[in-house]
Design a binder for this molecule. Structure first.
Ligand code: FES
Ligand code: FES
Length: 157
């Protein structure tokens, strides 16, 4: 039997009709949030990462019903081509993107970190990004980009 859930997605209040067994990734993609990518479907790769109530979570292992009354952020909500988020700007500047498939999840894990810790150490960045795999760019440029974005957000760049 279908259910209704209330969620805020990227600042917009929505009422979504879902099935009790729907996964959050599928509902978000069905609603047009195509930045949420399906990789492994088992909570390992991080391509489906979103921010739910301030925490980076993997939407392929959450039921959509678990997001009821929650607040979700996807990459569609954090920057535009003309006004990128500092993280997006730093990733471009550092050349930390190749195919891009992992990047929405990586940006959101990094955003959740920087929202809670303005001055992370390299080790803290590595730990926060532990659940996000990238098979083509490698991680050193991405870590550099996250530290650079943190400096931008502190007004040091
Ligand atoms: S698709 Fe969700 S962690 Fe891989
Ligand atoms: S940029 Fe290709 S998988 Fe990360």
């Amino acid at each position: 039997m279908a259910l209704e859930i209330e969620v805020i997605i990227n600042g917009q209040q929505k009422v979504l009709t879902i099935e009790p067994y729907d996964l959050l990734i599928d509902v978000l993609r069905r609603e047009g949030y195509k930045s949420v990518k399906r990789g492994c479907s088992e909570g390992t790769c991080g391509t489906c990462t979103i921010i739910l109530n301030g925490r980076a979570v993997k939407s392929c292992i959450l039921l959509a019903a678990q997001a009821h009354k929650g607040s979700i952020v996807t990459v569609e909500g954090i920057g535009t081509r003309d006004q990128p988020h500092p993280l997006q700007q730093a990733f471009v500047e550092e050349g930390a993107i190749q195919c891009g498939f992992c990047i929405p999840g990586i940006i959101l894990s990094a955003k959740a970190l920087l929202d809670n810790n303005q001055s992370p150490t390299k080790e803290e960045v590595k730990q926060a990004m532990d659940g996000n795999l990238c098979r083509c760019t490698g991680y050193s440029g991405q870590i550099k980009a996250i530290l650079s974005a943190a400096a931008m957000m502190r007004g040091e760049k």
